[in-house]
Design a protein. Structure first.
Length: 497
């Protein structure tokens, strides 16, 4: 039975009333409810600007909500099976950093997979926590890293009994999940918090057809990108918490330290209304979406040279579950890379995919996806097959780095260490002073404190040759490495900061 209170949208309702009240706006923002005409207003209409307010009297404050934002967060907590919800306007990245900083102090250990988003590494730098990396499963056929095995997490917990938390990705970018419930139960037996990155898992809370959510598995904290698959505006997310292990004072303080002091009312309102839609329509619409995705997989599976991943594929390789709202499509058997397919699908068919990897392409589906979208994708893949299958005889060099770089120091030490700038090709065997990654998905190939190996350099050259954008601090072919000659004095004085 649905709770009728979920039909309320406390913040959006009050915000709309304020915007239409004829108020005299002698506060910020400077557009004064849309009085300054510009191209954006001409395109969107005035309502967007009318809703863009900055915490006027009666609209509550995100940093310390006591009114309608608090009411909206309570409704969100109920809808997402949590005890508490914290609205975020700086994306899940700020949620991840806030969770890590609230759970771990400097030098305390946190157990986590190595295939994490860059925001997790930023959380390690800011908190000063020491990572205990668990290597994820490697799928050599797809060339991607997946979830972590329970036994690997168990071993890490047993060998690092003083770790404060275990971090789990639920799901990975490509929809793969770990045995989250068993991991949570084991971590709690050792008095460790469980923190989850659910950037791509908002839909889990509203469908029995999908893997278990973090809150339903009993995790302590999770942050979810409602904007990615739940229908809110880009950059709007929330932190969910459950149980008594969370220090809510420290968590709120940390969020306020990192989050904007001028939060967008549009983003907050979009969380409010997205929650209502997910609560009342999510179950049925996601059920239809999963069925639609299964039908699409059946059609794609019959295209020569193309493989589409499904739950059967995952389970056959020892996986736990799979998010069927992700279409993971291997195209490299056509003799082309995922990067080439990604570009061709956009240029020739105007299909915008989420990302490409060496072997594959990824399409992310949501309640807004239509059958026409999937039919269009299927037709485009048939065209790729017709033009490339058994025609391009020489496969491109396709490789995947099976070994993540060796760690030399915790990320915070290397981030604050004195640096040198060297050419990328001259950085082999040096200690990285920065994160170097392909974006998306934003999973660092090397992080501060890791050794830049020859394999990493080979992979970077391959990605660059295929048109990927390399994200690093330098834009001139140089990278930052730790100045080891001048590091010892600094390390001794500052290592506990």
């Amino acid at each position: 039975m649905k709770d009728d209170r979920q039909r309320q949208t406390p913040f959006f309702t009050k915000l709309k009333e304020y915007g239409q009240s004829g108020v005299t706006p002698l506060d910020v923002p400077g557009h004064k409810l849309g009085r300054i005409k510009n191209d954006l207003l001409d395109f969107t209409g005035a309502n967007m600007f009318i809703l863009d307010s900055n915490a006027p009297l009666g609209l509550d404050q995100l940093a310390k909500p006591v009114g309608i934002i608090k009411d909206a967060e309570k409704l969100a907590a109920q809808a997402f099976h949590a005890d508490h919800a914290y609205f975020l306007v700086n994306g899940t990245s700020v949620g991840i950093m806030s969770m890590i900083m609230s759970a771990c102090r400097a030098s305390e250990e946190i157990i986590l997979p190595r295939n994490v988003h860059k925001s997790i590494i930023n959380g390690l730098i800011l908190s000063g926590a020491t990572p205990v990396f668990v290597h994820p499963d490697i799928d050599s056929d797809l060339g991607i890293a997946n979830g972590v095995q329970f036994e690997a997490v168990k071993k890490a917990i047993e060998t690092h009994p003083n770790a404060k938390a275990v971090f789990v990705i639920n799901p990975t970018y490509f929809g793969f999940t770990s045995d989250l419930k068993r991991i949570v139960d084991l971590a709690h037996q050792h008095d460790m918090q469980v923190i989850c990155d659910e950037a791509h898992g908002t839909q889990f809370y509203f469908s029995d057809s999908l893997p278990i959510s973090a809150m339903d598995a009993g995790a302590d904290m999770s942050t979810t990108s409602v904007h990615k698959t739940g229908g809110s505006l880009t950059q709007s997310s929330m932190i969910l918490t459950k149980g008594s292990r969370v220090d809510h004072v420290r968590l709120r303080t940390t969020i306020n330290m990192l989050q904007s002091t001028s939060p967008s009312s549009l983003l907050i309102a979009s969380l409010d209304v997205a929650r209502k839609t997910l609560y009342f329509e999510g179950e049925e619409r996601i059920k239809k979406l999963v069925h639609m995705a299964q039908k699409a997989r059946e059609q794609i599976r019959g295209i020569p040279g193309i493989t589409v991943i499904d739950k059967k594929y995952v389970m056959a390789r020892g996986g736990i579950s799979f998010d069927e709202t992700k279409l993971v499509i291997k195209v490299s058997d056509l003799g082309i890379t995922g990067f080439e397919a990604y570009k061709e699908l956009r240029r020739k068919f105007n299909i915008q995919l989420e990302l490409a990897e060496t072997h594959l392409i990824l399409a992310i589906l949501s309640m807004g996806t239509t059958k026409d979208d999937l039919d269009h994708l299927t037709l485009a893949l048939k065209d790729l097959s017709r033009r490339y299958y058994k025609i391009r005889k020489t496969l491109p060099k396709i490789k995947f780095n099976y070994q993540f770089p060796a760690s030399y120091s915790r990320p915070r030490d290397a981030y604050h260490a004195p640096k040198l700038q060297v050419k990328l090709e001259d950085s082999a065997n040096e200690i990285s002073g920065e994160m170097i990654m392909i974006y998306p998905p934003g999973i660092p190939m090397v992080i501060p404190g890791e050794i830049i190996s020859e394999e990493v350099l080979e992979d970077l050259q391959f990605y660059m040759k295929n048109g990927s954008v390399i994200h690093s601090e330098m834009d001139n072919g140089y990278v930052k490495i730790v100045d080891k000659e001048h590091w010892q004095k600094w390390e001794g004085e500052d290592s506990e900061i």
